[in-house]
Design a protein around this ligand. Structure first.
Ligand code: ADP
Ligand code: MG
Length: 314
């Protein structure tokens, strides 16, 4: 049986411009889960992971707006909350989709921590924008009172918090996730939003205010589970060279070496396609058979190599 980690992107949960209501998110997830259920029906043993950008952003806003009523929670706790929020909606959607397609399955969601290195350069240079936009006065207050780093975004006329995005080293709960997956009965949701970042400090794990890229974390999980495939579902058919230009061309099946060459030539930006291609290269070089970048709609076709971008070791 082929085993795979399937990472679903932000768009599978909330499309650009949609209000983040329960109904919108549930409906989008139901649609995505139909496609996922069809590959479970076809015999793939999968573990699901998901993004959390808009959801954790909204949790941060709720914390800020209510800060005089209830103490705001730090970012690691907010990431944990978002795993529960998305995880629950995903459980509901997936259980139903599986029941319709093939089978009654338990869909446990594992609250997941990911170990990062305190010495990771990302802690010296926070770069990942997160949460709401602030005016200058508010931005100064937050810098002084909370020690936050804020960057000005002139295009949006405001300031936004930036946080470190360190590389994932190990998934703390991976052995437990592995046992659930190998039981063959459960379809596990884990490592939501890239996982809750923790560092080792004086012999114990401590949560840190950072976010881990969900695609890199998905690769980390797929490596520890020794899965055959890593699938990243997003809102474009695959990875393109010359993206958005007249000469744009989607990559079909490429080696890690070729993908790396395009990555080094700047074809895949850091905040979006870059981490997917990086995750794919990392996975296949660590023994994975194949990494796929495509849309939920094309998932089934992509598994038979007839759609999407396929990254292979050689
Ligand atoms: P997700 O939430 O699925 O991780 P991202 O927004 O992070 O989605 O990444 C997908 C986006 O990457 C696409 O919507 C596309 O606009 C953008 N993108 C940037 N460069 C490329 C490229 N070279 N090929 C394909 N998509 C690209
Ligand atoms: Mg992304």
């Amino acid at each position: 049986m082929t085993t795979a980690v399937v990472a679903i992107g932000g768009n599978a949960i909330l499309k650009k411009g949609q209000p983040a209501t329960r109904e919108n998110q549930q409906r989008n997830l139901e649609e995505t889960c139909r496609h996922i259920a069809s590959i479970v029906e076809a015999g793939y043993n999968i573990t699901l992971t998901h993004g959390n950008g808009p959801q954790v952003g909204d949790i941060l806003i709720q914390n800020e707006v209510a800060r005089n009523e209830v103490p705001p929670m730090p970012l690691d706790v907010c990431v944990a909350e978002s795993q529960g929020l998305v995880g629950f909606m995903l459980q509901q959607a997936l259980t139903e989709a599986l029941r319709k397609a093939c089978c009654d399955r338990i869909v446990p969601c594992v609250l997941t921590r990911v170990v990062v290195d305190e010495e990771d350069g990302a802690f010296r240079e926070p770069s990942k924008p997160i949460g709401p936009y602030y005016g200058q006065v508010e931005a100064e207050r937050l810098t002084n009172e909370r020690g936050w780093h804020l960057h000005e975004d002139p295009s949006r006329g405001g300031w936004r918090r930036v946080v470190p995005s360190p590389r994932p080293i190990t998934i703390v709960e991976a052995p437990a996730i592995g046992r659930l997956v190998r039981s063959g009965n459960d379809l596990v949701i884990a490592v939501g939003g890239g996982g809750i970042p923790v560092v080792w400090k004086e012999g114990r794990m401590e949560g840190v205010e950072a976010v881990v890229d969900k695609d890199l974390a998905a690769a980390c999980l797929a490596k520890s589970l020794k899965d055959d495939l890593l699938v990243m579902l997003t809102d474009v058919e695959g990875a393109y060279v010359g993206y958005g230009t007249a000469r744009e061309r989607m990559l079909g099946t490429v080696t890690a070496e070729e993908a790396e060459r395009h990555l080094n030539e700047g074809e895949f930006p850091p905040g979006s396609m870059g981490p997917k291609v990086e995750a794919a290269i990392d996975f296949v070089r660590s023994g994975g058979e194949r990494a796929i970048i495509t849309t939920p709609e094309l998932l089934h076709t992509a598994l038979s190599s007839k759609a999407g971008t396929q990254i292979v070791n050689r």
